[in-house]
Every structure is written in C-alpha cells, then in structure tokens.
Design a binder for this molecule. Structure first.
Ligand code: AHG
Ligand code: MN
Ligand code: MN
Length: 297
C-alpha cells in the first residue's frame, strides 16, 4: 500500500496533505545532505551553530508546509518565530536532526509534530507525529493516534514514492539496547547508576549521536534512549516541542513510555518554542523503573 492510499483511508484530508507534503520534501532534503554540510556563521534559537543543511531543510519544509494553506503555523528548531500560515494544524519540526553527523554519514532524521492548538502547547495536543530516517533506506515512521506505522521510499521511474513497510509497530517490553547522550561524567547520579546496571541485564549499547537514529533502534529492539538531566544542565538538551514530544507520542502509541524523569513528556507544557527537558524514552517497564530512581533522587 502506498502512503497516500493509507492516508486517504485513515486520516483527515488536511493531515493527509501535510504528511504527503513532508514525504515529497524529505526526498529533496535527502538529495542535498552530502553537499550542504558546511558550517554557517549563524546560530539557532538554542544557540547552536547552524549548518547549511539545517537552514536548507528548514526552508524546504517550511515553504512547502505553509504553501499547502492547511497549517496555522510552522515552528522550527531553526527559526526564532513560527512561520505564519492559515489552517487548523500547527506543525513543529526539527528539520534535520543529528546534523553534527553529516560528514560521517551517520543516520540522520527529520521530526514533525502536528498539534491541534497554537504553539507552544503540550504534547497532549498532538493529532499526529512522524519522523524520517535518512539511513540505508529512507523511512517514515508515523502515528495519528491509532498505532504506529512505517513506510519506506522506493523509486518508481523518475519519482520516489513511499510504500508500506509495517503496520502497528510495538516496542518490545524486554529491553535489549540502550543509548544515552551527553558525557557520562555529567549524568546525574541516579542515571549513571541505572545505566551501569544495563550490561548486567544483557543489554548492549547502541548509540549513534542522532536522536532519531538512536530512538529508531530502541523502537525495534526494546530498551531506552536518554538525553538525561546533566549536572549543571538540569533541563537537558532536547527540545520538547520539536523532538521529544513528537517521538514521545509515537513511542506511547507503540506501547512505550516517555518521561522527563518525573512525568510523561506529553504532559509538559513548554513555555517557549525551544524549551528543553530531560528525555528518557523506551520500553515502559524500564522507563517506569527509571522514573522511580530519578524521583527518589
Ligand atoms: P540536532 O542536530 O537537531 O541539534 O540534534 C542533535 C541532538 C540529538 O540528535 C542527539 O541525540 C544529541 O543532539 C546529541 O547531543 P551530544 O552531541 O551532546 O551528545
Ligand atoms: Mn535534533
Ligand atoms: Mn536539528
């Protein structure tokens, strides 16, 4: 089944068109990744130096999404203010996740949250979310509140289209892999002690430095991805609106749990577009155990 056929049967017309617009645009982004790895002078709202591909992907997605006439606004990790549109869906995006990995050809991604309310707002207002992986294949993993489904890009003549790869994906409860961002020396003590227990449980480290790439394997293998609270940086690094709420929504739809250490990430009401939080996502039993440890301090 093609992506557009699936969408026609399962989601409202505006969400369907927003999703197919992202699917068409991500091919343009993917083709340009190797040639736009240069570092620019500019910094994004999180104070991070931008790469040419960060800005290029931002402009490709934002222009295409506003051009649908179906989005209220497009907010992005790469823009101070949201781009205004007209429509009932607010889109928040990380147009290129993991851009520090462009030169090494590590997995990269794009993340999109589709919110029913104006931004910023909590993840409980998500009506859909998807992430793109640019790896050995280009895949779109998505949910609109009725399970998690995956499509892969295939070439049909001069065009690329997305074909169904898997329906109703579920995260294994038995954890096999773990990946934790930041420097070990900076992890808060409960996290460091918890991570030290993993190998004894037969878990293996799988970490590539891109949230999308690291989470994607947790969804398949069971386990945990974390970008934790750090000593000296208690709010962690990952942005709620653009990164952890959309993927936390997908993770919850797959039967997992996503927490900031004290509550579901979907219950965070960010006060600003680029607000960050500690982020721990993966198999529910392991994440509830982590929450007990972090809450106990
Ligand atoms: P982005 O490239 O969109 O800024 O995201 C990078 C993030 C995330 O993808 C990854 O998990 C994390 O940065 C890695 O951070 P460190 O390099 O500090 O480990
Ligand atoms: Mn990112
Ligand atoms: Mn990014």
């Amino acid at each position: 089944m093609r992506l557009d056929e699936f969408l026609k049967l399962n989601v409202s017309e505006d969400l369907a068109q927003i999703t197919t617009t992202i699917a068409q645009s991500c091919i343009t982004v993917w083709e340009n990744i190797p040639f736009k790895s240069g570092l620019l002078a500019d910094v994004n709202p999180s104070g991070e130096r931008q790469k040419a591909i960060d800005v290029f992907s931002n402009d490709v997605f934002a222009d295409a999404l506003v051009g649908t006439g179906l989005v209220r606004e497009v907010a992005s990790e790469e823009m101070e203010e949201a781009a205004a549109g007209k429509g009932r869906v607010s889109v928040a995006m990380d147009p290129l996740d993991g851009s520090s990995n462009v030169e090494t050809n590590n997995p990269l991604g794009s993340i999109f949250g589709m919110y029913s309310e104006p931004l910023p707002c909590s993840g409980r207002n998500l009506v859909g979310a998807l992430y793109v992986t640019y790896g050995n294949s280009i895949t779109i993993t998505l949910s609109f509140g009725k399970g998690v489904h995956r499509f892969a890009a295939v070439r049909k003549g001069p065009e690329m289209s997305f074909e169904l790869l898997g329906l109703d994906l579920k995260i294994p409860e038995k954890p096999q892999v773990y990946g934790v961002g930041g420097a070990r020396k900076d992890w808060i003590p409960p996290v460091r002690d918890f991570v030290d227990s993993f190998e004894g449980r037969g878990m293996r480290v799988r970490y590539c430095g891109t949230f999308v790439g690291d989470y994607n394997q947790v969804l398949s293998r069971g386990g945990i991805f974390a970008y934790p609270a750090l000593v000296g940086k208690p709010a962690g690094k990952l942005r709620v609106l653009y990164e952890t709420a959309p993927i936390g929504y997908i993770n919850e739809q797959a039967g997992g749990y996503a927490t900031d250490g004290t509550k579901s990430i979907l219950d965070i009401s960010p006060r600003s577009l680029s607000e960050t939080s500690p982020a721990y996502l993966g198999s529910a039993p392991l994440l509830h155990e982590l929450e007990r440890l972090v809450s106990a301090g």
